[in-house]
Design a protein around this ligand. Structure first.
Ligand code: HEC
Length: 156
C-alpha cells in the first residue's frame, strides 16, 4: 500500500521542457531571418544579368505581366498594399536583377510571396526590367517639393 502515494505528478518532464526550448529557439531563428531573403541568394544567382535591362519593349511587356500577376498584391503602382511591401523601396530598387530573379523563382512562401517559376524565364526578366524602370518612390521623397533653385545674385 505504501507505493500508492508515489504517483508521479511532475509538472514538466525533462523531455517536454526540451521540446519547449527547441520550439522557442526555432521561433527566435525565424524572427532573426525575417525579411532577409536577399541574404539567402547564392552569389552566382546574385550576379546574373538581365538580358532585357532597360529594353523598352521588354519593359512594356513586363508591365502587362505585372498587371496580371503582381498588382493584386503589390498594387498597380507597385507601392504595396497593406502587408504586401512596396517594390519601389531602395531595398528592391537597389537589389541586383539577379537577386530579384531569385525571389521570383523561389518565392518567399513563409512570408506570403508566391513562386513565379511557372512563368518562362524571359517573362520573369521582363517583369524585373519593368519593376526596375519604376525607380525608388518613398513617401518622404515624393513629399519633398522640388522648388527650383533661385540664384539671388542675378536679381537686382
Ligand atoms: C499573393 C500575393 C503576392 C503576389 C501575387 C506577388 N507578391 Fe511579391 N510579395 C508578396 C509578399 C507578402 C511579400 C513580402 C515577403 C516578405 O515578407 O519579405 C512579397 C515580396 C516581394 C519582393 C521582395 C520585396 C522586399 O522588400 O523584400 C519582390 C521583389 C516581389 N515580391 C515581387 C513580386 C513580383 C514581381 C510579383 C509578380 C510576378 C509578385 N511579387 C507577386 C506577395 C505577393
Amino acid at each position: 500500500m505504501r507505493s500508492a502515494g508515489k504517483t508521479s505528478l511532475s509538472p514538466m518532464s525533462p523531455e517536454r521542457s526540451l521540446r519547449l526550448a527547441v520550439g522557442a529557439l526555432a521561433l527566435l531563428l525565424c524572427a532573426a531571418t525575417d525579411n532577409s531573403w536577399i541574404q539567402k541568394v547564392p552569389q552566382a544567382d546574385r550576379e546574373r544579368v538581365n538580358p532585357y535591362a532597360g529594353n523598352r519593349d521588354a519593359i512594356a511587356g513586363g508591365a502587362k505581366v505585372f498587371a496580371d500577376h503582381c498588382a493584386k498584391c503589390h498594387g498597380s503602382d507597385a507601392l504595396g498594399r497593406g502587408k504586401k511591401p512596396s517594390l519601389r523601396t531602395d531595398v528592391v530598387q537597389n537589389a541586383t536583377d539577379g537577386e530579384l530573379f531569385w525571389i521570383l523563382k523561389n518565392g518567399y512562401l513563409s512570408h506570403g510571396m508566391p513562386t513565379w517559376s511557372s512563368l518562362p524565364e524571359p517573362v520573369r526578366w521582363e517583369v524585373i526590367a519593368y519593376v526596375k524602370s519604376l525607380g525608388i518612390n518613398s513617401p518622404s521623397a515624393s513629399a519633398k517639393d522640388p522648388t527650383p533653385a533661385t540664384s539671388p545674385g542675378e536679381h537686382p
